[in-house]
Each structure stands twice: as structure tokens, then as C-alpha cells.
Ligand binder design. Structure first.
Ligand code: RFL
Ligand code: PHB
Length: 423
């Protein structure tokens, strides 16, 4: 049977922010009174980054993550950081390893049939992107949060939200058989697409927009040198392919596949054969094959929920929006949301002003819809949707236009390097 612990719930008023959040958290965790300023649900990149930014600015938070630290750290996902995300991670004090090990990419290749064209991101926008895996970002953030004992509760099961529409909400959870309850001023729902935060809001308060794509991405990771110094996005009659990397000795390759596919239908030999077939010969002949360390299939979808705030509850990252990975925007949007919300909360605890908190949803959604548009456009341009030869010719015409027109290439480059932080 589930055991319960009851806590006297107290409020930490605005102004406490000048104090020591470690001390605040320690008192709260150690004693019978469990209360904090912000409860963060979800210890993925957005949740940990938010908590880290708050902590560095004297705002106390507790992160509740359903999975273990090792499990979350083992998830292989995104690989590309926009410059705004890099800056935010530096601001959060977790940038040292990223700046040392990250690979600066000043351009990307667009391939179609036997042709390919380099989009010179740096020349067109004055900005570049950084290749640094989400796994590493997650590790850096988890390490930083571990310096504050009790700041993250890993394996917090059955998280429940109450009173999110009031000024003093509570969040309860089960840990090692005991149910705990935390009172707070604000809840940040950083718990991804399948999380409990968005699901706690009655549907009549939510406007949801969704587009499912009729294909998925089959991913493979291998310890082989990447076939090119920069990423190669390929549109081919057989379907889309992407050649990415994690380092100069670790490659990350993707193939458009059917949503009904399963990884056991794709032994390594078949994967590499198909990848080779979808690339211009010049790239294909440089492909080095190596045993897969990981292989997975992810469906593609666009999803946005409006608004991103409900009373004391804020939705952050994948909890509020999903983009197909073609534009590499998912992680970057999640980080940008965390940055915007952190600013609002820090301002509130410093001055009692709610302006930025009140603007959070509109501010974030403006950026989210622009990234949603770009991700949809890039996905539509690069993937095979049907046997429709007319549609394929339109894609090729647009790719040739991108290769010939500096204006078109700049519009693409500007979105690729990220409108996120500027917005
Ligand atoms: P996350 O990373 O999903 O983290 C949410 C966290 O919340 C936890 N959680 C709960 N915790 C407590 N109680 C509950 N009830 C909970 N429910 C869930 C989860 O365990 C998890 O730890 O969301 P966040 O922080 O918003 O970060 C978003 C990014 O992770 C995401 O946008 C990207 O990884 C998306 N994405 C990709 N983006 C790219 O830009 N490029 C990629 O190549 C790319 N590949 C991917 C991806 C997402 C994938 N998912 C979600 C299946 C590949 C995959 C497989
Ligand atoms: C990745 O390296 O995983 C990656 C890079 C760029 C994308 C998607 C995924 O657009």
C-alpha cells in the first residue's frame, strides 16, 4: 500500500530570490515542510535548463523526473544547436565541454539526385550552428543540477498537479513508495509530448493544431567518420536521407521510412545500401560502414498547443509543441522556451513584476509557429510523399531555385541557424 507523508505547506514570497536557493531547497527537502518557488515537471533538457537558469539567479526550484538519471542520459535524440541555444547554455554555466567538444558548422549541403549545393550559413547570415548531441547537453545539465542536493528527484512516479488555476498550486508524486506533496508558486510543465502537465488542463481550455506525416525516420549511430565535414540533407526518388554526426569519429545517419517499418527489418547492410542509393555518388563513395550502436524509428509530426500558460502552469518545450526533426528545431525551441520563462520568473522574484510572465505564452508561440512553418516547409521539400511525379518535379525546381538564388538561400539559412532567440 502507498504510504503518505503530509507536509505543512508554506509560501515563499517574492523577494526570497536574493537568498540562497540551495539553502531554501535543503530546508524544504530536509524538514517536514516541503515547499519551493517553482516545481519543474520533467528532467529533460528544457526542465533541467530552466531549473539551472533559475538557480543561478537565486530562484528555488525542484525538478520531478519520472525516469532515472541514467535512462534520461542514454536517450539519443537531437544533434544540432543554434547559436542562441549555445549562448543560453553558456549563460547557464554549462558551456565548457560544449565549447571544447562541439563542432562548429558554417554550412550544410542540400543534395538532390546527382546534384548538391552548399548553403553557406556563415556567409549568408553571419552565424553558424554547433554539432553537440542532446545526450551531452543532458549530461552537462544533470551534472550541474547534481551540485545542488535535492534539486532533482529522479524516478518520481505518478506526478499529479492540483490547483494550477490558483495562486498556490501543489504537485504530488510517489518516490520509493511514499507520496510527497510540494506547494509552490508556479509549475513548469517540461514533461514532453506524453507528459502529465498538458493532460491536466481540461480540453476546453486548449486549442491544439496537429499534422501527422505519412512517414518516419529510421536512425543509425555508428563509430565511423562522417562522410562529409558538414551535414548532407538529400532529396531522392527513393526517399529522404540525412548524414549527420556527433564527432569526427561518430556518425548519425537517417533514412525516411514507412511508419509501419520496424528496426529488425533494417539490418545494418540494408541500411547502408539504401543510404548509399539515396546520395549523390560523390558522397556515397565516401561512406564508411560500421556496426550500429543504436537504431530506432521515430514518427514525424507537427503539433502546437495554445496557449502555453494556464494560471500558474506554464508549458515548456515538447509539452507544448512538436516539430518534425528536418529543421533540427525541437531541442532549440525547448531551450528557448526555458530561457524565456526563466527571464519572466527571475523578473517576478526580483521585482514582483509580472510583465514577462504574462507575455510568456504569446512570446513563445510567435517563435514556435515560425519554427513550425520552417520545419514543415523543409520536411515538405525534402521527403517523398507519394508516387506523384509532378510533386517531385516541384521539389526539384525549388531546390534548384535555392541553389541559384542568394535571396532564397538566405531565407533558408536565416531560419536554419535560428530565429529563436531574436524573436
Ligand atoms: P523531453 O526531452 O521529452 O523531456 C521531457 C521529460 O519529462 C519526463 N516526463 C515526466 N516526468 C515526470 N512525470 C511525468 N508524468 C512525465 N512525463 C514525462 C520524460 O521522462 C522526459 O525526461 O522534452 P523537452 O525537455 O521539452 O526537450 C525536447 C527535446 O527533447 C525534443 O524536442 C527533441 O529531442 C526532439 N527530437 C529531435 N529534435 C531535433 O532537433 N533533432 C533530432 O534529431 C531529434 N530527434 C527527437 C528526436 C525526439 C524524439 N522523441 C521525443 C521520441 C528523436 C526522438 C526519438
Ligand atoms: C542529428 O544529428 O541528430 C540531426 C541533425 C540535424 C537534423 C536532425 C537531426 O535536422
Amino acid at each position: 500500500m502507498e504510504k503518505y507523508k503530509f507536509y505543512v505547506l508554506t509560501s515563499i514570497p517574492p523577494g526570497t530570490a536574493g537568498g540562497d536557493p540551495v539553502a531554501v531547497a535543503r530546508v524544504l527537502i530536509g524538514g517536514d515542510v516541503r515547499s519551493t518557488q517553482v516545481v519543474v515537471i520533467g528532467g529533460g533538457p528544457s526542465g533541467l535548463l530552466l531549473s539551472q537558469l533559475l538557480s543561478r539567479n537565486g530562484v528555488a526550484s525542484i525538478v520531478l523526473e519520472r525516469q532515472s538519471r541514467a535512462y534520461v542520459q542514454g536517450r539519443i535524440r537531437a544533434g544540432l544547436l543554434e547559436w542562441g541555444t549555445v549562448r543560453l547554455l553558456q549563460e547557464a554555466g554549462v558551456g565548457a565541454r560544449m565549447m571544447r567538444d562541439g563542432l562548429l558548422h558554417e554550412g550544410v549541403e542540400l543534395a538532390f539526385g546527382e546534384q548538391h549545393h552548399r548553403i553557406d550559413l556563415q556567409a549568408l547570415t553571419g552565424r553558424s550552428v554547433l554539432v553537440y548531441g542532446q545526450t551531452e547537453v543532458q549530461r552537462d545539465l544533470a551534472e550541474a543540477r547534481a551540485a545542488e542536493p535535492g534539486a532533482v528527484v529522479w524516478e518520481a512516479a505518478e506526478v499529479q498537479l492540483a490547483g494550477w488555476d490558483s495562486k498556490r498550486p501543489t504537485v504530488s508524486y510517489l518516490h520509493e513508495g511514499i507520496r510527497y506533496s510540494i506547494a509552490c508558486d508556479f509549475i513548469a510543465g517540461c514533461d514532453g509530448y506524453h507528459g502529465v502537465s498538458r493532460a491536466s488542463v481540461p480540453p476546453q481550455h486548449l486549442q491544439q493544431y496537429e499534422r501527422a506525416y505519412p512517414f518516419g525516420w529510421l536512425a543509425l549511430m555508428a563509430d565511423v567518420p562522417p562522410l562529409n565535414d558538414e551535414l548532407v540533407y538529400a532529396n531522392h526518388e527513393r526517399g529522404f536521407a540525412l548524414c549527420s554526426m556527433r564527432s569526427s569519429s561518430r556518425s548519425r545517419y537517417y533514412l525516411q521510412c514507412s511508419v509501419q517499418d520496424s528496426v529488425d527489418k533494417w539490418p545494418d547492410e540494408r541500411f547502408y545500401r539504401e543510404l548509399r542509393a539515396r546520395l549523390p555518388r560523390q558522397f556515397a563513395q565516401r561512406l564508411v560502414e560500421g556496426r550500429s550502436l543504436e537504431k530506432s524509428i521515430a514518427p514525424l509530426r507537427s503539433f502546437v498547443v495554445e496557449p502555453m500558460r494556464f494560471g500558474s502552469l506554464f508549458l515548456v518545450g515538447d509539452a507544448a509543441h512538436i516539430v518534425p526533426p528536418t529543421g533540427a528545431k525541437g531541442l532549440n525551441l525547448a531551450a528557448a522556451d526555458a530561457g524565456t520563462l526563466a527571464q519572466g520568473l527571475i523578473e517576478f522574484y526580483r521585482t514582483g513584476t509580472r510583465t514577462l510572465i504574462d507575455e510568456y505564452s504569446a512570446h513563445a508561440l510567435d517563435r514556435v509557429w515560425k519554427a513550425t512553418r520552417f520545419s514543415w516547409w523543409f520536411t515538405s521539400l525534402m521527403h517523398k510523399f507519394s508516387e506523384d511525379a509532378f510533386a517531385h518535379q516541384l521539389q526539384l525546381a525549388e531546390l534548384r531555385y535555392l541553389a541559384q538564388s542568394e535571396t532564397a538561400a538566405r531565407a533558408m539559412a536565416e531560419n536554419y541557424v535560428g530565429l529563436a532567440i531574436a524573436a
